[in-house]
Design a protein around this ligand. Structure first.
Ligand SMILES: *Cc1c(COP(=O)(O)O)cnc(C)c1O
Length: 424
């Protein structure tokens, strides 16, 4: 029995009484995580998908250090600096044409909050007071703060709080599959059209994780759905928000998920890999159409938000360096290579316990029929020198992009072996 008073560190998403003991990290370098007095692990999850360059990258370390020597942090109220201005400029450059205004905040969840506040105030400033609700997808995940939880839809996360949510509608998500037929897209988009047709006078925005509903169950879906959603949102004067916190910076095989489509959302949120996995930060990038509704002589039209650490210079310096490496080292080519490898090797993973397998970009998922069949897998992988952490019915890998083929091989081997050992 543990003494409850000794549990000083409260861990995330965990029943503190019954969870297994966390592995204690001593150091981490490249794709490897060294456990104190234990194994060295090949990282198969990039620390919730953010550590795209692996760990303790020398160039990123130096970028942080150099900035710290100049100045570590200053407020962005009344002051400004090169790292924040340069990162804003870079993000405007690399996101689709029309997204021109970058608002920084300290985490993906807050970046989502910022987008929702922007959407409500956009309509407020234009005199449409009633348009203040949202439409999201079932099984969506947009973060753990209140409004982000509300537009998301994950009963595991919401239990105690469901009673405080009343301003979001959730529609059936688009069916799985990148290449679905036009008829199927129309059937799916009809769900959106139905709610907007009836409720558009109270709806500010439709928010989605484009192409991959990640934490909500790895639903990989069609770009065509997003293109049609753009048309339907325009028809009903509803803003379209892309939460690219997970999909941004290469995860889907292109720089952003939006690059698989021919449309531009009104607001796009970046986080996770934005800082190369070093520091919590997010960027909410708004279109000029959105920005214009705030730009006026009326002080009440200003956007009243400003996290203490927004645009932190160390964070911005690291983010700038991170993208420099991403481009210089041809990460999109690496990503394509990892994807091809995953597709090929996933063929070998077979079992009656499996419901389905899928790969998209640098995300490989094995969905089992019964979550009980993954119990013990984390330890199993640990014993074989690999760090993987399944949740629910999903065994998945989203490794750092620097992963070498033999390391990727070890990760897939462990996934395969788990099922092979359960064959009768
Ligand atoms: C992780 C995630 C968030 C939340 O980001 P945090 O930095 O953890 O607050 C929001 N949206 C999506 C799609 C995510 O994957």
């Amino acid at each position: 029995m543990q003494n409850i008073k000794n549990m000083k560190l409260w861990y995330p998403y965990a029943q503190m009484k019954t969870k297994e003991e966390n592995f204690h990290v001593e150091s981490a370098k490249g794709t490897k995580i060294k456990i104190k007095g234990g194994n060295e692990l090949i990282d198969g999850v990039a620390s919730w998908w953010c550590a795209c360059h692996g760990y303790s990258n020398h160039e990123l370390n130096m970028a942080a250090m150099e900035q710290m020597e100049k100045f570590s942090h200053v407020m962005l109220g009344g002051l400004t600096h090169d790292p924040a201005k340069d990162l804003a400029e870079l993000l405007v450059d690399i996101t689709p044409e029309g997204l021109n205004h970058v608002f920084f905040s300290d985490s993906g969840s807050v970046g989502v909050e910022v987008s929702l506040k922007m959407a409500i105030q956009y309509f407020h400033n234009k005199g449409y007071e009633k348009k203040s609700k949202f439409v999201g997808l079932k099984n969506a995940y947009h973060g753990d703060t209140f409004k982000a939880m509300e537009v998301g839809d994950d009963p595991d996360f919401h239990g105690a709080f469901s009673k405080v949510f009343k301003d979001a509608y959730h529609i059936d998500p688009p069916r799985r599959g990148y290449d679905v037929t036009e008829t199927e897209v129309e059937e799916d988009i009809a769900k959106l059209e139905e709610v907007l047709a009836e409720k558009h006078d109270e709806i500010a925005a439709f928010i989605v994780e484009p192409l991959i509903q990640a934490a909500g169950g790895f639903n990989f879906y069609s770009p065509r759905y997003l293109e049609r959603a753009r048309e339907v949102c325009d028809k009903y004067d509803v803003l379209l928000i892309f939460d690219e916190v997970a999909t941004g910076f290469g995860r889907t095989g292109k720089l952003f998920a939006v690059n698989h489509t021919n449309i531009v959302p009104d607001i796009m949120i970046l986080g996770k890999a934005l800082t190369g996995g070093y520091l919590g930060h997010a960027a909410t990038v708004a279109s000029t159409k959105v920005f214009e509704a705030f730009y006026s002589d009326d002080p009440e039209h200003a956007f009243m938000h400003g996290p203490t650490y927004m645009g932190n210079p160390i964070t911005c310096a690291v983010a700038l360096k991170s993208f420099e490496i991403f481009k210089r080292d041809n990460y999109l080519e690496r990503i394509a290579k990892i994807e091809r490898y995953l597709v090929e090797r996933f063929e070998e993973i077979e079992s009656d316990l499996i419901d389905s397998k899928r790969v998209f970009g640098v995300t490989g998922v094995v969905e089992v029929k019964d979550s009980k069949d993954l119990k013990g897998f984390q330890k199993f992988a640990y014993d074989r020198g690999v760090w993987l952490r399944p949740f629910g019915n999903y065994m998945y890998t989203m490794p750092p992009y620097i992963v070498e083929e033999d390391e990727m091989g070890r990760i897939v081997d462990v996934m395969k072996e788990w099922f092979d050992q359960r064959k009768n």
